[in-house]
Design a protein around this ligand. Structure first.
Ligand SMILES: [Zn+2]
Length: 303
């Protein structure tokens, strides 16, 4: 079976910063579902209202926008590690969690964790883990780009201490140096494929050849920087080329992420298996994604 006939789940993409061309290309490449975790937006926010509007757009407009291209959009809500260092604002944002993280379509608390590994980051991480435990939520953990190994070890140790069940913990942005710590903890190990960097598709294939596919997840983390919203299908195609088994490809690019995040009770797996119904005559708060184009309406999806 050619890779393009497969279906994919990209469980980490900041699609709010991507264009409709990207959404079309993602759908055409077989991406059926995505998770958009709340994150930093490039410019530090100065008031809690900016977070409120951002969280509202993740559960509202962005969910609608993705649906208009046949992609099921889920999100994770949380205070990112970078902005946790603005402690006055952090407290106000943490107060918002119950209001947004328990809404329909939210599959995890995230992405949370460490950036510079500061005491303020740890405080925000602990509070959000406690919230996740109280509400039996999945947790998506961002790991630092610098001092990654120490950041991941510490993230796992704290999550264990707070009582997060390891099967509900997803550690993201792993690499060869951290994969064993993450897998041996019992958590899910997600890998972000960045184009033109060390953690590219080739290295991902080697990791799957070495460690297999159990609890291993591939994602794009595509955002407003140089990144690739098609990382997941591209990596799957390379895996196929390198002779990695269909079942390992399917697990790392579809069913593992589905298993991890459907623990939230928010994902209708049956609906994801059916072909997507696109109805572009729909509006969200009176707004459409179209600018005078002909609306796609339900019917057989052309291949
Ligand atoms: Zn991210």
């Amino acid at each position: 079976m050619p890779a393009r006939a497969m279906r994919f789940f990209d469980p980490h993409i900041h699609v709010t910063s991507r264009t409709t061309d990207d959404l079309e290309a993602m759908a055409a490449a077989g991406i059926r579902a995505i998770i958009e975790p709340a994150f930093w937006v490039g410019q530090p926010r100065t008031t809690v209202g900016s977070f409120e509007d951002y969280f509202a757009s993740l559960i509202g407009w962005e969910r609608f926008r993705a649906s208009q291209f046949g992609i099921a959009h889920f999100c994770a809500i949380g205070l990112n590690s970078k902005e946790a260092n603005n402690e006055r604002l952090a407290d106000e944002v943490l107060e918002l969690l119950p209001r947004y993280a328990l809404k329909e379509g939210v599959v995890a608390v995230g992405e949370i964790g460490f950036d510079e590994i500061t005491p303020a980051e740890e405080r925000a991480y602990v509070r959000q883990l406690e919230f996740a435990v109280e509400n039996e939520m999945v947790v998506m953990v961002h790991s630092p780009h610098r001092d990654k190994k120490r950041g991941i070890q510490r993230s796992i140790a704290i999550a264990k201490e707070i009582g997060v069940p390891m099967e509900r913990l997803v550690i993201d942005h792993n690499n060869e140096e951290t994969v064993e710590d993450t897998l041996s903890s019992g958590a899910w190990a997600a890998f972000t494929i960045y184009p033109h960097t060390k953690m590219g598709s080739e290295r991902m294939c080697s990791l799957v050849e070495r460690y297999g596919s159990e609890r291993i997840i591939v994602d794009s983390s595509a955002d407003w920087g140089v990144s690739d919203p098609l990382s997941v299908p591209r990596t799957a195609a390379l895996m196929l080329e390198r002779g990695i088994s269909q079942s390992d490809i399917e697990r790392t690019t579809w069913s593992n992420a589905l298993a991890a995040y459907s623990q939230s009770g928010q994902i209708d797996t049956e609906a994801l298996l059916a072909s997507p119904e696109i109805d572009q005559t729909k509006l969200y708060n009176d707004n459409s994604v179209l600018r005078g184009q002909e609306a796609k309406v339900p019917g057989p999806v052309p291949n």
